[in-house]
Design a protein. Structure first.
Length: 68
């Protein structure tokens, strides 16, 4: 699956107890929306990994979104 990023995106993921917070600027929200739309059309089991080494802000926890 191709991932599309809008220039200037910023996305962070934090866990506090049993709560997960995804924080993003406008470009990050648009990037996530486009990637979720592509994932919606993908095959079951397809997924996207987000972490601080390829897309998330430093200190973010890893996030995996999977199509079921």
């Amino acid at each position: 699956m191709d991932t599309e990023w809008v220039d200037g995106f910023k996305i962070g993921v934090a866990v506090n107890g049993d709560e997960v917070t995804i924080s993003a600027n406008r470009e990050g929200m648009l990037s996530l929306a486009r990637q979720l739309e592509a994932l919606a059309e993908a095959l079951p089991g397809d997924h996207v990994h987000y972490d601080e080494y390829n897309s998330l802000e430093e200190g973010s926890v890893e996030l995996i979104i999977e199509k079921i």
